[in-house]
Design a protein around this ligand. Structure first.
Ligand SMILES: *[C@@H]1O[C@H](CO)[C@@H](O)[C@H](O)[C@H]1NC(C)=O
Ligand SMILES: *[C@@H]1O[C@H](CO)[C@@H](O)[C@H](O)[C@H]1NC(C)=O
Ligand SMILES: *[C@@H]1O[C@H](CO)[C@@H](O)[C@H](O)[C@H]1NC(C)=O
Ligand SMILES: *[C@@H]1O[C@H](CO)[C@@H](O)[C@H](O)[C@H]1NC(C)=O
Ligand SMILES: *[C@@H]1O[C@H](CO)[C@@H](O)[C@H](O)[C@H]1NC(C)=O
Length: 453
C-alpha cells in the first residue's frame, strides 16, 4: 500500500487582508491511499489546490482601489488612565499601497506639525491626549491611484468625574410619616454615572420605602421613620473610569411638631414622556412615589397589551427593565402608585428606533467606455434612512450624465473621467453607514488606437 501524506501549513505574519487571515493557520492534511483512489481524483485535488493558490495570489497582487479592513470606532478615553495614548484604528488594503490621512471635525490632522500625532500602519496614535485639543469626530481617508474613500466617523471623548464643589449641606428636618427627597447634584463629568448613598457610614438599603434614582442620583424616602435619622452621603461612580467621589453629608433630623397623617401617593420619580429606544438595547424606566402608607408600584401598558415576558422589575418595582428592545415593545407605558388613600399614574411613550443597516451594498463594476452604470444600495432603519453618494470622498450630485435618486446612481455614456471610488452613504439621526465600490472604465485598447492612425 502506498501512502501519500501532504502537509501544507501557510503562516503569513502580521497580515492585512481578510483572505490572508483565513489562510493563516490552514493546515491541510491528506492521507490518500492509492488503493482506493484513482489517479484522476488525485490530479483533481492538485488542480483545485493550485486554483486556490492562484486565486489568493491574484486577490492580493491585482491592482485595485483602497478597501477598508478595519475602520475606527468610537473611543471613550478615561482621563485618569495610566496609558497616556489613544489609538484610532484604520487598516486599508489596496494596490498600489494606499496613503492614509486623518480628519478631525472635517479638517486635516497635520501629522508633521503636532508631535503628539503619529500614523502607524494607517492607525492614528495620539500621545498625551488632551480633552480640549483632541475631543471630536475623526475620519480616516485612504487614497491610491484608483481613488479615495472615507471611513465612518468615530468620536473621541474623554471620561472624567470631578470632585463635589460644596463641602457641607444644610440639615433637612422632616416630620415622621412624611415623604422626603435628598438631592445628589453630581459634579461635572463625562461618561455614564452610577449612584449609591451612604447612611451613617453604611450603604443605604433600597426597598419599597427607599429608592435611589440612577438618572439623577437623588435619594427618595416614601415615608420617613425614626430610624432614618442620621447623615446621608451620595456616592457617585463613573462607570467608564471607575472613579468614585463622595458628596458632602446631609444630616436628617425629625421635627417634633407632630406626625404626618396618611396621604395619597405622589409620584416623584417619573420616567420621561418619550423614551427613544434603539433596537436591541436595554431600556430602564424608573418610577417611585412618596405616600403614607408606603405606596405599591405596578407597571402596565396603556394599550392593554401585556408587558413582554422578558421584562424584569427591580427595586420593589421602582425599575422596569426591558432587554433586547424590539418594535413590538414600543408603546405607551404606565406606572401606577397606589395606597389605601388613593392612586396616581405616570405615563410615557417608548418609541422604537434603529440605526441604518445594509440590505443591499454596492459592488465593484468594470465597464467599457460609453456603456451605462447602474448602482443601487438599500438600507433599513427607523426613521427611514436617506442616501447620499461620494466619489473619491467628495459629494456627488446629479449633473449631465449622472443621475442620483436616493439609493440609486445612474451614469450614462461612461467616459474615463468617471473611473474612481464611489461610496453610498445611508443615514438617519441615529447612525451613518457606508458602502464602497470601485468603478473601473476599460478604455479603447492601444491596438485599436494604433489601427485608427
Ligand atoms: C490641553 O490643551 C489646552 C489648550 O491648548 C491647554 O491649555 C492645557 O494646558 C492642555 N492640558 C494638558 C493637560 O496638557
Ligand atoms: C469638534 O467638534 C465638537 C462638536 O462640535 C466640539 O465639541 C469639539 O471641541 C471640536 N473639537 C475640536 C478639536 O475643535
Ligand atoms: C452626623 O455627622 C455629624 C458631623 O459629622 C455628627 O456630629 C453627628 O453625630 C452625625 N450623626 C449621626 C446620627 O451619626
Ligand atoms: C437607471 O438605469 C437603469 C438600468 O440601466 C434603468 O433601468 C433605470 O430606468 C435608470 N433610472 C433612471 C432614473 O434613469
Ligand atoms: C467625460 O464627460 C465629461 C462630461 O460629463 C466631459 O467634461 C469630459 O471632458 C469627458 N472626458 C473624456 C475623457 O471624454
Amino acid at each position: 500500500m502506498l501512502l501519500v501524506k501532504i502537509n501544507c501549513q501557510c503562516e503569513i505574519g502580521e497580515s492585512v487582508s481578510p483572505l490572508r487571515y483565513n489562510l493563516q493557520r490552514i493546515s491541510l492534511q491528506w492521507e490518500i491511499s492509492f488503493k482506493k483512489l484513482t489517479k484522476s481524483v488525485v490530479y483533481y485535488y492538485f488542480f483545485v489546490l493550485i486554483l486556490l493558490l492562484l486565486f489568493s495570489f491574484c486577490n492580493d497582487y491585482a491592482l485595485h482601489g483602497p478597501v477598508f479592513i478595519q475602520e475606527p470606532g468610537h473611543v471613550m478615553f478615561p482621563l485618569n488612565s495610566e496609558e497616556k495614548k489613544v489609538k484610532l484604528n484604520c487598516e486599508v488594503k489596496g494596490n498600489p499601497k494606499p496613503h492614509i490621512r486623518w480628519k478631525l471635525n472635517g479638517t486635516d490632522v497635520d501629522i508633521g506639525v503636532d508631535f503628539r500625532y503619529s500614523v502607524v500602519e494607517g492607525s492614528l496614535l495620539i500621545n498625551n491626549p488632551n480633552k480640549t485639543q483632541d475631543t471630536g469626530t475623526y475620519q480616516c481617508i485612504a487614497t491610491n491611484s484608483f481613488g479615495t474613500i472615507v471611513s465612518r466617523e468615530a468620536k473621541l471623548q474623554f471620561a472624567y468625574l470631578e470632585n463635589f464643589k460644596t463641602r457641607t449641606r444644610s440639615t433637612v428636618s422632616v416630620r415622621q410619616g412624611q415623604g422626603m427627597v435628598l438631592l445628589c447634584g453630581p459634579p461635572a463629568h463625562s461618561g455614564e454615572l452610577s449612584y449609591a448613598w451612604i447612611f451613617n457610614e453604611y450603604p443605604s438599603y433600597q426597598d419599597n420605602r427607599r429608592f435611589v434614582s440612577q438618572e439623577t442620583g437623588n435619594l427618595y424616602i416614601a415615608k420617613v421613620e425614626k430610624s432614618d435619622v442620621g447623615n446621608y452621603t451620595c456616592v457617585v461612580t463613573n462607570t467608564v473610569t471607575n472613579h468614585k467621589v463622595l458628596g458632602p453629608p446631609t444630616p436628617l433630623i425629625l421635627r417634633n411638631d407632630g406626625v404626618m397623617g396618611e396621604y395619597e401617593p405622589k409620584i416623584e420619580v417619573h420616567f420621561p414622556e418619550t423614551v427613544p429606544t434603539a433596537k436591541g438595547t436595554t431600556v430602564k424606566l424608573e418610577c417611585f412615589a412618596l405616600g403614607n402608607p408606603v405606596p405599591t408600584i405596578i407597571w402596565r401598558r396603556a394599550d392593554g397589551k401585556p408587558i413582554a415576558r422578558k421584562a424584569r422589575r427591580h427595586k420593589s418595582n421602582g425599575i422596569l427593565e426591558i432587554p433586547n428592545f424590539q418594535q413590538e415593545d414600543a408603546g405607551l407605558y404606565e406606572c401606577v402608585a397606589e395606597n389605601s388613600r388613593g392612586k396616581n399614574v405616570a405615563r410615557g411613550q417608548l418609541t422604537f428606533y434603529a440605526q441604518p443597516n445594509w440590505i443591499q451594498k454596492i459592488n465593484d463594476i468594470h465597464v467599457a467606455i460609453e456603456e451605462n452604470v447602474f448602482w443601487e444600495c438599500k438600507a433599513n432603519g427607523r426613521p427611514k434612512p436617506t442616501y447620499r453618494w461620494l466619489k473619491n470622498g467628495e459629494p456627488l450630485l446629479t449633473r449631465d450624465r449622472i443621475l442620483i435618486e436616493q439609493g440609486t446612481l445612474n451614469i450614462t455614456i461612461v467616459n474615463l473621467s468617471d473611473a474612481g471610488m464611489y461610496q453610498c452613504v445611508a443615514e438617519n439621526k441615529h447612525g451613518v453607514i457606508f458602502s464602497n465600490a470601485e468603478l473601473s472604465v476599460i478604455g479603447e485598447s492601444l491596438y485599436w488606437k494604433e489601427k485608427k492612425k
